[in-house]
Design a binder for this molecule. Structure first.
Ligand code: SAH
Length: 241
């Protein structure tokens, strides 16, 4: 089970069956297979099958739902793709940030990328069910992509991010550390650097932010976090002696 198996693509009230087929193909090209359709106008449909080409298995396994909240059942994270860079109500991510967020969330936790209607996108109450918006940068005077083109771009970013994630994990398959464990490491690091009087506790922000940037660039595995925390504990012992 790869991390992409935990990602579902949710299409809300798609009008054109051709777009459903093209989205299924875009998904399969990028290693995704879990398609959820909320009240599609026409499905199944010959046009969907024709556009899916070799990805008809994705169509055959598609789950039909009555509501978006039904399609999001069991997910811990939902991100809404939106052609409009909407209000301040929702945090906004780039396609690359979206993929990174999904990688951090998984594996073992279900994540949804939600796509709106061809004509009017997603409603605000549908956006309320999502944690953030994903906007694909495009010509400001013509920023609305074809639905399946938007699916393609977000799935491509997921594919690249998941490949990088694999190469970033160590040779023995030690998985990436959970955010929370890395956060505990940062706290431990800050305490130790303060005790060493390397860090000024009245102004710790700048150094800690730079150190976070360093470790986030590397991506720590669980075992690496354990080693680093062991070094910090030994350092603290050394100081108090
Ligand atoms: N006219 C609609 C756009 C519909 S395009 C509107 O203004 O909202 C159909 C779907 O494709 C959108 O709901 C969105 O999920 C996706 N999409 C199209 N262009 C996008 C973009 N630039 N960034 C992110 N998603 C986009």
């Amino acid at each position: 089970m790869g991390i992409l198996d935990n990602v579902r693509i949710v299409l809300v009230e798609t009008s054109h069956p051709g777009n459903i087929g093209a989205s299924a193909r875009a998904m399969k090209n990028m290693g995704l297979g879990r398609l959820y359709l909320v009240r599609p106008r026409l499905f199944p449909h010959a046009e969907a099958s024709a556009r899916a080409s070799g990805a008809d298995d994705v169509l055959a396994n598609a789950r039909l739902c009555d509501t978006l909240s039904e399609a999001l059942g069991g997910c811990t994270l939902a991100l809404a793709s939106s052609a409009r860079g909407r209000t301040l109500s929702w945090p906004q991510l780039s396609p690359n940030e979206c993929a990174k967020k999904v990688m951090v969330e998984g594996p073992g936790r279900d994540v949804a990328l939600v796509f709106g209607r061809e004509r009017c996108g997603l409603s605000n109450s549908e956006l309320d069910l999502c944690h953030a918006l994903v906007h694909i940068p495009a010509n400001p005077s013509y920023a609305s992509l074809n639905l399946s083109a938007a699916v393609q771009i977000l799935c491509y970013e997921l594919y690249v991010a998941s490949a990088n994630n694999l190469t970033a994990s160590s040779a023995d398959g030690d998985p990436m550390a959970e955010i929370q464990r890395v956060e505990q490491f940062y706290i431990h690091l800050e305490q130790t650097l303060t005790a060493l009087e390397f860090l000024d506790p009245s102004n710790p922000k700048y150094l800690m932010r730079r150190l976070r940037r360093l470790f986030n660039r590397v991506r720590l595995t669980g075992k690496e976090v354990n080693i680093l925390r062991g070094i910090l504990t030994a350092t603290q012992r050394g100081i108090s002696r």
